[in-house]
Design a binder for this molecule. Structure first.
Ligand code: GDP
Ligand code: ADP
Ligand code: 5GP
Length: 209
């Protein structure tokens, strides 16, 4: 079916700021109704302040495995010892309505999405330094020292996948990174093929003999 929404994949090492950037992007008036973030399923424990159905759909391993068997996921991957997956149904409904969808997923998930949806656009976010990445993981005050150590240890191998992405941002000054992210999304919305679907009626009126 013809659809005009775009899938945006956003990846970064844990703590680089993707969740904060996505949240800020969705709060901008320009996002109003045109942009949504996909809520993944995960088997990891809920963090303080996280809500089921808002930050993630929290499920146990057996439930997750049943969803895999049912083909419910666009992609799924094991990250830091837990399962994470993107459900297919909701995303397809949004894209058909012309709504852009943000996926906060790791590089393994990004590879699977690109294979199935080559028109997806992907963005990798880097921290300004290793020290700042570690500082942000601590500043977030949501993970134990052991979890932070594990995430720092994985950061270098995650960042080594930066060149598989269409766009590369450095989240140094938050507002600057946010403006860049917003510009990428706005530019993609103006893609001729996407606009032709969105403005079918206008085009037929403008071009009528
Ligand atoms: P944070 O990035 O530190 O906020 O940690 P999260 O727990 O939110 O995410 C953990 C990892 O799982 C990150 O690398 C995400 O990109 C990845 N992730 C989140 N959702 C998905 C998903 O639906 N699919 C895949 N493949 N990875 C995901
Ligand atoms: P991620 O989702 O990539 O794991 P978060 O969005 O949770 O990262 O950000 C990690 C921490 O860093 C949060 O406490 C957030 O407020 C902070 N942070 C994000 N971007 C910046 C920035 N540009 N400068 C300083 N702190 C930041
Ligand atoms: P956290 O446990 O900090 O919420 O997430 C850890 C990592 O898992 C992040 O890098 C995040 O992008 C990734 N992640 C979250 N949801 C998914 C998902 O559905 N699929 C994949 N592949 N990765 C995910």
């Amino acid at each position: 079916m013809a659809h005009s929404g775009t899938l945006f994949i956003i990846s970064s090492p844990s703590g680089a700021g993707k969740s904060s950037l996505i949240r800020a992007l969705l709060e901008r008036p320009s996002a109003d109704g045109k942009l949504q973030v996909s809520v993944s399923h995960t088997t990891r424990d809920k963090r303080p302040g996280e809500e089921d159905g808002v930050h993630y759909h929290f499920v146990d391993k057996a439930q997750f495995e049943r969803l895999i068997e049912r083909g419910a996921f666009y992609e799924w991957a094991e990250v830091f010892g837990n399962y994470y997956g993107t459900s297919r149904e909701w995303i397809d409904q949004l894209l058909v309505q012309g709504i852009d969808v943000l996926l906060d997923i790791d590089w393994q998930g990004a590879r699977q999405i690109r294979k199935q949806s080559p028109s997806a656009k992907s963005i990798f976010i880097l921290p300004p330094s290793r020290e700042e990445l570690e500082r942000r993981l601590h500043a977030r005050q949501q993970d134990s020292a052991e979890v932070i150590k594990n995430r720092m240890a994985k950061a270098v191998s995650e960042m080594s996948h930066y060149d598989e992405y269409d766009y590369l941002l450095v989240n140094d000054t938050f507002e600057h990174a946010l403006n860049q992210l917003s510009a990428i999304i706005e530019a993609e919305r103006a893609n001729t093929g996407k606009q032709a679907v969105r403005y079918q009626d206008l085009l037929s009126r403008l071009l009528a003999e």
